[in-house]
Design a protein around this ligand. Structure first.
Ligand code: DQQ
Length: 649
C-alpha cells in the first residue's frame, strides 16, 4: 500500500524523451558570450522591424503583443491543447462585421466579479487538484502570470476556510523542468491511506510531448501546502504506443481497486474516438496500463479533464472517490476538446475489468443529445470529495464570451463558477443535481420577498435597488384554468420541436411560456438577459419543460458571443417550477428544478451597469397567467485578496 514514505525522492531516472537527459532546462540557464548576445539582439531588431512594417501595412496592429488573434494557429493549438480564443465571435454575431465596439474602462471595470473566484489579474483556466487539508480548502488553477491570454501556464494557488472568501498564495508549481518546460498543466490530488497527498499533473515537455508527473507537498505539516516537490523520477508516464504525443493529458484523482491498488484514468483519442486510458499503481511512480479502456465513444474527439467518481443511489451525501458497492452508481465526465462542452453520463463500473458502461447508451459521454453539467459556458471541470463536510464539490472554469482584445484591455480573463455540491438525482435516477455550496448563503445581505401574478405578455420591474449582485430563489405556478384549457384543447398543436438554442430566445411566444426573470437589464430593457422556463405540450399530451438563458440582447457590444443556452429540465408530478439565479456582474448562473439543469452565462452590458442595473419579471406566454413567489437577496462581496501572516490566526 502506498504511503508518503514510499514517495520520497529516489535516484533520478534517464529522461526517455529529452536529448539532454537532465532534470533542468540547461539551455535557458547557461551563460553565453557577449558576442552571441549581440548577434541575437541584432537578429531580433531586424525581425521586429520587419514585423512592424507588415503589421502597420495590414492595419491590424493591436495594443498588446500578447494579442495574436490574427495568427492562423493559436498558441494553445500549437502547444497541443484546446482553442482558447473566442474565434466563433465572427461566426455567431452578425453585427461583428461592423467596427468593433468601443469599450471604455468604466464598462470594463464593472465586469470584474464580486464573489466569484478570479486571480488579481491575467489569464486563468482549469481548476486543478482541489482538496481540503488541515482546515483549509485549497484551490489550484491553470494560470498565466504574464498576460490575460492563455500561455506560460503555471499552477496558481489560493486557500479558503469556506470556499467563498479566498487568499491568494504564491504560485504552487512553475515550468522549471524539461518535463513541464512548456506548461504545468491540469492535474488532480489523491489522499493516501495515511492522509498524505500526492498530486499528478500533465507536463508539456520541452518538445511539447504530454507526460504525467508526480509532485507532493514539501512539508506535510504546513496547512497552506506552500511548497511542492516534483518527484526526481518524473515523468512517471509517457504517451503509450498508439497515442499521439499531444493527446495524453489530465490525470484524475486515484481510486482504490478491490485488490488494494490505486487506479487512475487519463484522457486521449484514437482518430475521432474519445478514450479513457486506465492505469494501476501502488506507489504512483510505476504504472501498469490495463488492456481495456475505462470507456470510449466514437466521434467525440479528444477527451480532456476526465473525472470519474461514485454517487449514492439512496443518500444525499457525497462519496469518497474509492467508494463502491450496490448502492453506488459511477459518473464519467469528459471535457470535449472539439466542442468545449463538459458531458457526463451515469453508469456501472466494473472493478475487476476496469471498465464502465453507461445506463443509457443513447446518452453516452459526449453524445450531443447527452447530459451536460451546464448548458452555458462551463468547461474543464473537476470534482473533489470534501471529507470535512462529506460532500462532493464541483468546480468549473467559466471562460469569457468577449474578444481576446477586450480581455487584454481589462487585464484579466475567466472566473471560476461558484463551487457546487453534486449528487445523483435520487428522484429521477437519471441525472445529477448541482447546487451552490451552502456557504454561498453567507453572502446574502438584505432580502425582499415578492408574490406576483403576471398575465400574458407582461414585464414587471422588481424593485430591489441595484441589481448587479443578487441571489434569487423563485417558484412559479401556471394558473390551473389556463393549464386545463391547454391540456384539454385538442386543436393546440404539440410543440415538440422547441429548443432553447434555436427557438428565437425569450421573444418567442408560446401558450405556456417563456416566463422568468430578465437580469442585468437597464430601465428601458435595451439590454437584458432573460433566464426562463418554457413549457410545451408534447405529442403524448404531456407537458415538457425547458430551462433557458437568452444572452442575445445582453449587450450593445458586437464583439461578444451571445447565444441562447438551455435544455429540457425534468419536472416530476406534483413539483412546482423552481429556479435559482446568481448574478454577479458579468456572470449569471441559473439552476432549474433544484439544479437538474444548470446554465452559466457570461454577459457584458454597456448600459445596465453600476446603479443602472435592474431586475424584471416577465411572462411572454400567449395564454397563461403565472404566479411567481420569490425572494431576492443583495449579495455581499467576497474577500478575495493576497494572504498575509495575520491570516494564519
Ligand atoms: N487545459 C490544460 C490542459 C487541459 C486543458 C492546459 C483543458 O491540461 O487539457 O492549460 O482546458
Amino acid at each position: 500500500m502506498a504511503s508518503s514514505e514510499s514517495l520520497l525522492p529516489v535516484t533520478s531516472q534517464q529522461d526517455p524523451l529529452s536529448d539532454s537527459g537532465s532534470d533542468s532546462i540547461p539551455e535557458t540557464r547557461r551563460r553565453r558570450p557577449n558576442t552571441v548576445y549581440l548577434a541575437i539582439f541584432s537578429g531580433f531588431l531586424l525581425i521586429s522591424l520587419y514585423v512592424t512594417v507588415i503589421v502597420t501595412h495590414s492595419g491590424s496592429a493591436r495594443n498588446s503583443d500578447a494579442n495574436h488573434e490574427t495568427s492562423a494557429v493559436s498558441r494553445a493549438r500549437l502547444a497541443g491543447v484546446s482553442e482558447k480564443n473566442n474565434e466563433r465571435i465572427s461566426g455567431l454575431s452578425d453585427d461583428r462585421k461592423t467596427e468593433a465596439f468601443a469599450w471604455n474602462n468604466t464598462m470594463l471595470s464593472w465586469q470584474r466579479t464580486a464573489f466569484h473566484f478570479q486571480p488579481e489579474k491575467n489569464w486563468m483556466n482549469d481548476p486543478n487538484g482541489p482538496l481540503y487539508y488541515k482546515g483549509w480548502y485549497h484551490f489550484f488553477y491553470q494560470y498565466n502570470p504574464n498576460a490575460a491570454v492563455w500561455g506560460d501556464i503555471v499552477w496558481g494557488h489560493a486557500v479558503s476556510k469556506d470556499l467563498i472568501h479566498w487568499l491568494y498564495l504564491p504560485l504552487a508549481m512553475v515550468p522549471d523542468q524539461w518535463y513541464d518546460a512548456n506548461g504545468v498543466w491540469t492535474g488532480s490530488a489523491t489522499f493516501l491511506d495515511d492522509g498524505s497527498i500526492v498530486m499528478l499533473y500533465t507536463g508539456s515537455t520541452d518538445k511539447f510531448v504530454q507526460v504525467q508527473n508526480l509532485a507532493y507537498p514539501e512539508d506535510p505539516k504546513d496547512p497552506l501546502l506552500l511548497k511542492w516537490t516534483k518527484y526526481s523520477g518524473n515523468p512517471v508516464l509517457v504517451p503509450p504506443p498508439g497515442i499521439g504525443a499531444k493527446d495524453f493529458r489530465d490525470p484524475t484523482t486515484a481510486w482504490k481497486t478491490s485488490a488494494g491498488k490505486w487506479r487512475i484514468t487519463i484522457g486521449s483519442k484514437i482518430n475521432r474516438t474519445g478514450i479513457s486510458i486506465v492505469y494501476d499503481t501502488t506507489d504512483f511512480k510505476t504504472y501498469e496500463q490495463l488492456d481495456t479502456l475505462l470507456h470510449q465513444v466514437p466521434n467525440t474527439g479528444m477527451w480532456e479533464c476526465i473525472d470519474f467518481y461514485p454517487v449514492s443511489k439512496t443518500k444525499a451525501n457525497g462519496l469518497d472517490t474509492s467508494v463502491n458497492g450496490p448502492d453506488v452508481k459511477h459518473v464519467i465526465k469528459a471535457s470535449m476538446d472539439d466542442t468545449r462542452i463538459d458531458h457526463y453520463a451515469i453508469g456501472t463500473y466494473s472493478d475487476s475489468k476496469g471498465t464502465w458502461v453507461p445506463d443509457n447508451p443513447k446518452i453516452d459521454v459526449g453524445i450531443s443529445t447527452g447530459l451536460r453539467y451546464d448548458y452555458g459556458k462551463f468547461y474543464a471541470s473537476k470534482t473533489f470529495y470534501d471529507q470535512h463536510k462529506k460532500r462532493r464539490i464541483l468546480w468549473g472554469w467559466i471562460g469569457e464570451s468577449d474578444s481576446e482584445s477586450s480581455d487584454v484591455q481589462k487585464g484579466w480573463s475567466s472566473v471560476q463558477g461558484i463551487p457546487r455540491t453534486v449528487v445523483l438525482d435520487t428522484k429521477t435516477g437519471k441525472n445529477l443535481v448541482q447546487w451552490p455550496v451552502k456557504e454561498t448563503e453567507s453572502l446574502r445581505l438584505t432580502s425582499k420577498k415578492f408574490h406576483m401574478k403576471v398575465g400574458p405578455g407582461t414585464v414587471v420591474p422588481v424593485e430591489v435597488g441595484p441589481a448587479a449582485q443578487l441571489d434569487i430563489e423563485a417558484e412559479f405556478k401556471i394558473k390551473k384554468d389556463d393549464l386545463e384549457v391547454i391540456f384539454g384543447e385538442d386543436s393546440l398543436e404539440a410543440d415538440e420541436e422547441f429548443s432553447c438554442e434555436t427557438s428565437k430566445g425569450s421573444t418567442v411566444r408560446g401558450a405556456l411560456g417563456p416566463f422568468g426573470f430578465s437580469v442585468l437589464a437597464d430601465q428601458s430593457l435595451s439590454e437584458q438577459t432573460p433566464v426562463y422556463f418554457y413549457v410545451t405540450k408534447g405529442k403524448d399530451s404531456k407537458l415538457k419543460t425547458f430551462f433557458c438563458t437568452d444572452t442575445s440582447r445582453s449587450t450593445k457590444a458586437n464583439d461578444v458571443v451571445k447565444p441562447v443556452y438551455g435544455s429540457f429540465v425534468p419536472v416530476l408530478k406534483g413539483e412546482k417550477l423552481t429556479m435559482r439565479i446568481l448574478v454577479d456582474h458579468s456572470i449569471v448562473e441559473g439552476f432549474g428544478q433544484g439544479g437538474r439543469t444548470c446554465i452559466t452565462s457570461r454577459v457584458y452590458p454597456t448600459k445596465a451597469i453600476y446603479g443602472a442595473t435592474k431586475l424584471f419579471l416577465f411572462n411572454n406566454a400567449i395564454d397563461a397567467t403565472i404566479t411567481a413567489s420569490f425572494r431576492v437577496w443583495q449579495m455581499n462581496n467576497a474577500f478575495i485578496r493576497p494572504y498575509s501572516a495575520d491570516d494564519s490566526t
